[in-house]
Design a protein around this ligand. Structure first.
Ligand code: NDP
Ligand code: KPL
Length: 312
């Protein structure tokens, strides 16, 4: 399978490196930056769970016009707010039949892609594998949770979904196919609702955020609001006890991670809070349900995003 990864930050690089190590033909695409330059010069380095470093040579492009037109899959790993601008530059250079897989966090990713390219096959996933860029060219895997993928037309995409799941699983990214795409999206959303905003505000790793009773209590409140909305929308989650599942993940699988939202805050960047905690607040308003904890996190993260230069 030939895979083009659009967005070569922490996650794009990690997936590229792991898949390439298992023989997948990978091309990375990103606008030029110091991380990309370092990968082009000396290869990508992945810091493994045991601290060992693996170096992987990768094909990296910074201009969509230089891409080949024969990819079997496009994997999208830009931030949710960048989807439209990035894809509208890239898609004109690619075949209209190449499917896209988004593993971006938040809600609305599938809809944005479908709007830009209505005839294309789009599949969606949520991953609790996580990573951070340590320095240009070096990515550290810091979360080892599962990846779930699905489609609005699961029968039509059965073969594609199974092919992706077996390719990723062989590359060390445990991936499962779900029949219900909304379950996939909301089950992952709830994990992000639990950790991303809370850690962006407190500047703690996921594991540290739930070390205290106060942290666990806030996770429970944030998750409860999201679960009530999922129930109102008739969305079945992939786990029976969402609060315990989020705490379990924080202890066993994603505790070491600096959440992607905290990373954005540390880098003084725009965050995805609007499509994570903001999605709960928006849905709450629609269904006349109060979401005070998510609303508080949303406003705090907006305050942080809008005052990077004023911080003491
Ligand atoms: N990090 C994690 O642990 C996890 C992240 N995710 C999700 O995966 C997705 C990617 O996250 P992650 O890899 O951490 O993010 P990064 O910020 O590390 O990577 C995003 C990449 O997109 C590039 N990019 C290209 N064009 C644009 C543009 N117009 N605006 C913004 N970025 C652009 C960025 O380039 P440049 O740096 O030059 O801006 C960067 O290389 C997100 O949706 C995130 O929520 C999901 C699970 C875990
Ligand atoms: C890995 C996980 C679930 C939590 O860190 C995540 O999705 C993120 O950081 O955005």
């Amino acid at each position: 399978m030939k895979v083009l990864i659009v967005g070569s930050g922490a996650m794009g690089s990690l997936f590229a490196g792991k898949l390439k190590q298992h023989g997948v033909d990978i091309t990375l695409l990103n606008r030029p930056n110091s991380h990309i330059k370092a990968i082009q010069k000396t290869g990508l380095q992945i810091v493994e769970q045991d601290g060992n470093l693996a170096t992987i040579d990768l094909m990296v492009k910074t201009n969509a016009a230089d891409l080949n037109n024969d990819y079997d899959l496009i994997l999208l790993f830009v931030k949710a707010f960048a989807t439209e601008s990035v894809l509208s530059n890239v898609l004109p250079f690619l075949s209209r039949t190449t499917p896209i897989l988004t593993l971006q966090n938040g809600v609305g990713n599938m809809e944005k892609i479908q709007k830009l390219s209505p005839s294309r096959n789009v599949v969606v996933g949520g991953t609790s594998t996580g990573a951070g860029i340590v320095k240009p060219g070096v990515v550290e895997q810091r979360a080892w949770g599962s990846t779930f993928i699905g489609s609005t037309v699961p029968e039509k995409h059965k073969q594609l979904l199974e092919q992706i799941a077996s390719l990723f699983s062989a590359g060390g990214i445990k991936t499962h196919v779900s029949e219900n795409v909304q379950s996939v999206i909301w089950s992952k959303l709830i994990v992000n609702v639990a950790y991303n905003g809370l850690t962006a505000v407190t500047r703690l790793t996921n594991g540290e955020a739930i070390r205290t009773d106060e942290g666990k209590e806030l996770v429970a409140k944030l998750v409860t609001e999201a679960v009530q909305i999922a129930e109102r929308k008739g969305i079945l989650l992939l786990y029976d006890d969402p609060i315990n599942e989020c705490i379990r993940l924080g202890i066993e699988e994603i505790g070491k991670n600096t959440s992607s939202m905290l990373t954005d805050v540390l880098n003084k960047r725009k965050t995805e809070v609007e499509v994570i905690n903001g999605a709960i607040v928006k849905e709450g308003k629609k269904h006349n349900m109060a979401t005070p904890y998510n609303e508080m996190i949303l406003k705090l993260v907006y305050m942080i995003e809008n005052s990077y230069e004023q911080r003491l």
